[in-house]
Design a binder for this molecule. Structure first.
Ligand code: K1U
Ligand code: ZN
Length: 177
């Protein structure tokens, strides 16, 4: 397995739509394993292909907490086939927007159909953090970030702050060269 580099916003690669996977072959299964390793190391509870520069409809999620045994979900071509009318606010973060957190309101429960790492069709119903993470990761496949769900004022403040940090980081690296 290998750890992948996570793209930090603002970056045009995070705003593009990802393409469906034809079928989950060995290379896709390896990518899913690498994405999970990257997510655990970050640490995070989800990761989507575009965040590691892969414009494919692949997401990985594990919302198990601390002492719980790992319960990874590896999904290709996830589709929401049902969403509850009830919506709930939840605080969201993103590995591509480090140290930024905001409340986002989404459907409380969803049913999602996807291809697993063995190319088998699966369907699960999710609520709580798992439902939030699935919807957050699926947004990445459409080039949508959690800040796209908040006011443009807050979004611009966050994106400008991240752009400044990136610029500062680059300048530091150049000084060290
Ligand atoms: O998409 C991502 O960058 C992953 C993101 C998923 C997510 C978290 C919370 C609400 C919605 C979506 C993260 O994992 S951010 C990091 C995080 O929440 C976390 C980190 C360590 C332990 C527990 C949570
Ligand atoms: Zn994210």
């Amino acid at each position: 397995m290998a750890q992948l580099d996570i793209i930090i916003a603002p970056d045009p690669r995070l705003k593009r739509k990802a393409a469906p996977v034809a079928n989950v072959d060995a290379a896709t299964a390896k990518l899913m394993a690498d994405m999970l390793e990257t997510m655990y190391a970050a640490p995070g509870v989800g990761l989507a292909g575009p965040q590691v520069g892969v414009l494919k409809r692949i997401i990985v999620i594990d919302t198990g907490r601390d002492e719980a045994p790992p319960a990874p979900l590896k999904m290709a071509n996830p589709e929401i086939v049902w969403a509850s009318d009830e919506r709930k606010p939840h605080e969201e973060g993103c590995l591509s927007l480090p140290q930024e957190y905001e409340m986002v309101t989404r459907p409380e429960r969803v049913r999602v159909r996807y291809l697993d790492e063995n190319n088998a069709v699966q369907e699960i119903e999710a609520e709580g953090l798992l439902a939030v993470a699935i919807q957050h990761e699926m947004d990445h496949l459409e080039g949508v970030l959690f800040v796209d769900h908040i006011s443009s004022l807050k979004r611009n403040i966050i994106l400008r702050r991240l752009a400044k940090q990136k610029k500062h980081g680059k300048r530091s690296a150049a000084v060290g060269e």
